[in-house]
Ligand binder design. Structure first.
Ligand SMILES: [Zn+2]
Length: 183
């Protein structure tokens, strides 16, 4: 596994990758899906050492694939391939989201409270689930990445920008605390 994998941010020259919708993965290029999933897990666990999710375009690979944890634990990280996501009902929740590809910014954003998702797992099996709470929020965030958009691109986005890493981290700590009370 190469160790030079890094995250592409919206401030980089290569940021076009973050705003290009990913074409579907087929049986013929499934090896590429598995390889990409392994890269994402490596970057999330070894380079970033955490995070609720990470999508292929964030490491420069335009494939509809991401990893995410529905419950904040590393043990339950899921590999999601060819995802589809639609809201269940009209209910929206407002939350604050950070993104590895949008450094030093926290975005206030409206998302569907409940979603119905369909995707394939590593084995290619089709999974259908209804998600709410934290899992729904993270799935929708990662879904945006494979559709080629970012938190800051949302119509309702209110973006807060921080001058440095320490003020950003301090703010995000309070966001995570608030979040864990709600979900
Ligand atoms: Zn993100």
């Amino acid at each position: 596994m190469t160790a030079n994998l890094s995250i592409i941010t919206c401030d980089d020259h290569a940021s076009a990758c973050l705003r290009t919708p990913s074409p579907p993965l087929t049986r013929e290029n499934w090896d590429l899906a598995l390889e990409t999933a392994d890269k994402l897990l490596y970057v999330r666990n070894t380079v970033l050492k955490g995070g609720a999710g990470l999508a292929a375009p964030q490491i420069g690979i335009n494939l509809p694939l991401f990893i995410y944890t529905p419950d904040r634990t590393t043990e339950n990280l899921q590999v999601v391939i060819n995802p589809k996501c639609e809201p269940i009902g009209e209910e929206k929740v407002v939350g604050y989201e950070a993104c590895f590809s949008v450094p030093l910014r926290c975005t206030k954003i409206h998302r569907s409270a409940k979603v119905r998702v369909k995707y394939q797992n590593r084995e290619g099996e089709f999974i259908e689930e209804e998600l709410d709470g934290f899992a729904a929020k993270v799935f929708q965030h990662e879904m945006d990445h494979v559709r080629g958009s970012l938190t800051i691109d949302h119509e309702t986005a209110e973006v807060m920008t921080f001058p440095d890493e320490s003020s950003f981290k301090e703010y995000m700590k309070s966001v995570v605390q608030e979040d864990s009370k709600r979900y």
